[in-house]
Design a protein around this ligand. Structure first.
Ligand SMILES: Nc1ncnc2c1ncn2[C@@H]1O[C@H](COP(=O)(O)OP(=O)(O)O)[C@@H](O)[C@H]1O
Ligand SMILES: [Mg+2]
Length: 224
């Protein structure tokens, strides 16, 4: 089991800057929800877990709850860790495909997650689980944008595991996107189109910026 304690997060300035940027460019999926107090984050995590569990999504069980902490059942290794230690490119591709399928499945059930990064997804036996729900993006954006956000975050966090096979990632994304509604696809498309100028710049910076560049390029292969 995991004991998760909620503290006041820093990063207020960076989040405010990102909010301004996302709003100025009309990119709803990238708008960060406002920072929550530890108590609010803790309540939100429980609310999201309940909502997702009701829709049949694999999430941890809440074993104990206080105002600023939760004890959650262990779901297993994160998808990020599983990808990192998997030397076989085909099996890595398989893991990413399972992650994308899990996101498509929960979207089809009418829900979305909070931050669909590979480090917030878990390989729970033959299922993919989800963790880390301190914020609900749907409080600051329409549901279609929250779903687009899931796809964008997932691609940004996994592109590096298929760096050597961008075509394969594009094919997986194509299969995922055809399962989404046209409104969700349009949200993803708008982000990729409006950020056309980012990849050429971002690839000259550190690993994180390169991941953003790679994700946008792969999505552009599928969408444009
Ligand atoms: N229920 C769980 N099952 C498996 N791993 C977990 C679980 N809860 C937390 N973890 C591990 O702890 C890390 C941090 O937890 P998370 O809920 O993502 O909090 P945060 O990212 O806000 O610190 C996760 O990336 C994962 O490695
Ligand atoms: Mg996390």
């Amino acid at each position: 089991m995991w004991r998760k304690a909620y503290r006041d997060g820093g990063r207020r300035f960076r989040l405010a800057a990102l909010r301004l940027f996302a709003r100025a460019l009309g990119l709803a999926p990238l708008i960060p929800p406002p920072p929550a107090s530890p108590e609010a984050a803790c309540r939100n995590e429980q609310r999201m877990i309940r909502r997702l569990a009701t829709r049949g999504v694999t999430v941890p069980e809440v074993l104990d709850a206080g105002p600023r902490h939760l004890v959650l059942s262990d779901l297993g290794e994160t998808l990020a860790a599983a990808c990192r230690r998997e030397p076989c490119p085909l099996r890595r591709r398989e893991l990413i495909a399972r992650g994308l399928a899990a996101i498509a499945e929960l979207h089809a059930r009418g829900v979305w997650v909070s931050q669909a990064f590979a480090r917030n997804m878990v390989v729970a036996g033959d299922r993919i689980g989800f963790i880390d729900f301190e914020e609900d993006p749907a409080t600051v954006m329409p549901r279609r944008a929250a779903k687009a956000r899931d796809i964008l975050f997932f691609v940004q966090s996994t592109a590096r595991f298929l760096e050597d096979q961008p075509q394969a990632l594009a094919a997986l994304l194509h299969d995922e996107l055809v399962r989404e509604s046209p409104a969700v696809r349009e949200e993803v498309r708008r982000v990729v189109r409006r950020l056309w100028w980012v990849p050429p710049i971002a690839r000259h910076f550190g690993r994180r910026s390169r991941a953003v560049a790679d994700a946008l390029m792969v999505l552009a292969m599928v969408l444009v």
